[in-house]
Design a protein around this ligand. Structure first.
Ligand code: 4AD
Ligand code: MG
Length: 477
């Protein structure tokens, strides 16, 4: 017989039919009711055992976490809580689980405890829901770009240029760690390394994506990126996934429009396609919020938050306007900020971003035209000579969701910037070629995928929305 899934069975269309199901025991009560989950949906299916026909030895092995195969008839359920159930006719234990040792008991576990058991935490309702939503979000992202004429580009993960300046990089080397070849001055001789030069894990696929946008027009990358910054926060990972569209002939306004339409599409997709998991995550969040002091509780439920973002326009303001709002706000005057806002040109910290988004505007905000000195070399210089066409999309509870810009398309201006920052022009010869041959206005951005998953699932720590998080001092599993 062909095996079916819990999702399929709960639709109730197979009533009175013989079915075969394989899954894991969630609970077993009264020596009779086995609740089975197979990951296809949040819900379990109740399977009813006729224990007079079941050997004592088999009964004992039906424990939380064990894998089973059951064959039986799908019938309408007599009991409360489910419409259908399986009357078991044949049961086989596929894999035992020792109930005394199995860490995932049918009770509430702390997220910290589950992080230490990341290989098993996916067997809880919370993580299964988060990871199904994560998968759906990934699909929605590809669907948005594919439907809108973008080409997916697989940019390299090992990079030979470390010029982007987006963060500290991890080295990639095949040299013997204990006895690497050395130059006369004692430094490691990377010309003897695998690639004949020093290489790193990429911090972003942008520079390569730009070269592709200059031929395919609209492209996007969606891959893992790596940053060796020592930021132990609930918003940073050392390995995370980034979505980076890049579009020829788009200016900064087009870029802002794209980011807003793209994010809204993915939220709409989740609201329409992940109802069950969202409802569960919404309840989980309500429970979590109850434990907080009243003043810190969110006024909106998870679904309300998603709808709010979907139905409202993102506020667009320049860095200079934001700077004035922050400088004159009560929090700043009463010295409530850890980093007081005094002089134009300072980089905004997450406390400032969150003030703008959560207290002042109460909606996502796109900040643009940042001071050149705090942004990357490739961003287009404005006529004022001191700001660049940068944009950050800031989200409630998250802070920076997107970072992007219109790119500097003028070869001479770009060269000046590179020189001023002491970057070796030779390193970037291929990047500069895009400005030499058929240069054009173009723009793009990077969205931190896990930050989007955080927002959509209502989870509060980024370590809980990626299967196996990599953070400082943690690369288990
Ligand atoms: O602002 P960032 O550094 O921008 C870039 O890397 C550009 N090259 C993107 C582009 O224009 N194509 O990073 C983009 C986004 C951030 O807004 C944030 O959401 C996320 O990536 N991000 C991180 N997410 C998790 N952990 C980290 N350590 C992150 N650093 C950045
Ligand atoms: Mg940024």
């Amino acid at each position: 017989m062909k095996k079916t899934s819990v999702l399929e069975l709960l639709k109730g269309e197979k009533t009175s039919q013989k079915v075969l199901l394989k899954g894991w025991v969630r609970t077993f009560r009264a020596n009779r009711f086995i609740s089975i989950n197979d990951g296809s949906t949040l819900n379990n299916i109740q399977c009813v055992l006729n224990f007079e026909n079941t050997e004592e030895a088999v009964l004992k092995r039906i424990a939380t976490g064990a894998s089973l195969s059951v064959e039986g008839t799908l019938v309408e359920s007599q009991g409360k809580g489910q419409n259908v159930e399986i009357q078991i006719e044949h049961l086989q234990i596929l894999g035992d689980s020792n109930p005394e040792e199995y860490p995932i008991q049918p009770k509430r576990h702390s997220l910290e405890f589950l992080r230490e058991n990341a290989h098993l935490r996916i067997r809880t309702n919370t993580f299964a829901a988060v990871m199904r939503v994560r998968s759906a979000l990934s699909f929605a992202i590809h669907q948005y770009f594919q439907e809108n004429g973008f080409n997916h580009v697989h940019t390299p993960i090992i990079t030979g240029s470390d010029a982007e300046g987006a963060g500290e990089m991890f080295g990639v080397s095949a040299l013997n760690k204990n006895t690497p070849p050395r130059k006369e001055d004692g430094s490691i001789d990377f010309s003897k390394d695998f690639f004949g030069k020093e290489t790193h894990l990429t911090v972003s696929g942008q520079l390569e994506a730009e070269t592709y946008a200059m031929a395919l027009g609209k492209v996007y990358t969606f891959g893992p990126t790596f940053r060796a910054e020592n930021s132990n926060t609930s918003r940073h990972l050392a390995e995370f996934w980034m979505v980076e569209p890049e579009v020829a002939f788009n200016d900064l306004n087009d870029n802002m429009d794209l980011s807003e339409s793209f994010i809204k599409y993915t939220l709409k997709y989740i609201l329409e396609n992940c109802r069950k998991d969202l409802e569960f995550l919404e309840q989980r969040l309500l429970q979590e919020e109850k434990a907080k002091p009243a003043a810190e509780r969110s006024e909106m439920t998870l679904t309300e938050k998603l709808k709010f973002v979907l139905e409202n326009e993102f506020k667009r303001i320049s860095y200079t306007e934001a700077f004035e709002i922050l400088r004159n706000c009560k929090a700043n005057k009463k010295k409530k900020f850890k980093y007081p806002i005094v002089e134009w040109g300072v980089d905004l910290q997450s406390e400032h971003e969150r003030y703008l988004v959560e207290k002042h505007f109460k909606s996502p905000v796109i900040l643009f035209d940042y001071p050149a000195a705090i942004k990357a070399f490739y961003m287009r210089l404005n006529e004022d000579g001191k700001t660049v066409r940068a944009m950050d999309v800031l989200f409630p509870g998250i802070g920076e969701m997107v970072g992007g810009s219109q790119r500097e398309e003028r070869l001479e201006v770009l060269k000046e910037k590179i020189k001023a920052l002491d970057i070796d022009e030779k390193e970037l010869w291929w990047y500069l070629d895009t400005r030499k041959y058929g240069t054009a206005v173009h723009s793009g951005f990077g969205l931190g995928f896990e930050r989007l998953v955080l927002f959509v699932t209502g989870m509060s720590n980024i370590r809980d929305v990626i299967p196996f998080p990599r953070t400082p001092l943690n690369a288990s599993f």
